[in-house]
Design a binder for this molecule. Structure first.
Ligand SMILES: [Zn+2]
Length: 245
């Protein structure tokens, strides 16, 4: 099967460029949305759940921040992403209510031994360090999938995506149920909710677009200005309901 790794929100100079500005903007916007959405989601009926999201947190991150805190922050991030998905799908489809939810059944666990051992084998000649993935490490994680869930691997740094040696915040292969997120020891639940949704968009086959107002904007060269999706993208997100299409 042809695999097409893609990247999202590539950053330069370890995240200190345009993406940092992007984070602040998105935080403000998402905060307003959460107020708007508070009443809407409460009345949703007949919602449909996707396969659960399962976050695996790498050892190097848990040594810096206890797993319980990662659990709290990741769940908050998913809750924000859930609200944002509802808002944007309703806007795209001119609908009301939220019939596709991603916030239920979320699991957060440490990397297990097989993941840690597998990653360790990808560290070569001091080129990478614990928590920092090269392309080999990335490809290894992409192959660790399970048909019962969508997997989000949380690591400290991602040094490559799509074979390009650029530092990235996230990477996903098209149409595959695995994403790697790099938080470098920090996690901002609201901002990273946008990253999570963008990557889930790649899991259902959506590609990056040049419009800064779009959810599928890749985050450069200008700061992100919105998270809109069109009707076709909203329809694609419904593929989250199944792992086989
Ligand atoms: Zn992308």
């Amino acid at each position: 099967m042809g695999r097409m790794p893609i990247s999202a929100f590539r950053v330069k100079n370890q995240g200190q460029t345009e993406d940092s500005q992007c984070r602040r903007r998105v935080r403000f916007r998402a905060a307003r949305w959460s107020v708007l959405l508070a009443g809407m989601s409460a009345g949703a009926q007949g919602s449909t759940m996707i396969q659960p999201l399962h976050f695996f947190v790498e050892d190097a991150l848990i040594q810096a921040i206890p797993l319980a805190q990662w659990n709290d922050r990741l769940l908050r991030m998913v809750a924000r992403a859930d609200q944002l998905l509802c808002y944007e799908m309703n806007r795209a489809e001119k609908a009301r209510g939220c019939d596709l939810r991603i916030g239920e059944g979320v699991k957060v666990t440490p990397f297990d031994r097989s993941l840690e051992d597998g990653l360790r084998r990808t560290w070569s000649e001091g080129k990478t360090a614990p928590g920092a993935l090269n392309q080999d490490g990335l490809n290894f994680l992409f192959d660790q999938t399970d048909p019962s869930e969508r997997r989000i691997f949380v690591v400290r740094r991602l040094l490559s995506c799509d074979g390009n040696r650029v530092e990235a915040l996230a990477c996903t292969r098209f149409f595959e149920p695995a994403t790697v997120l790099a938080f470098d020891g920090q996690l901002f639940p609201i901002d990273n909710a946008v990253t999570l949704l963008h990557e889930l968009g790649h899991q259902v086959g959506l590609k990056d677009v040049p419009d800064p107002h779009s959810l599928m904007y890749r985050g450069r060269p200008v700061p992100r200005a919105g998270t809109k999706m069109n009707a076709a993208e909203a329809a694609a997100f419904r593929k989250l309901l199944t792992l086989s299409w």
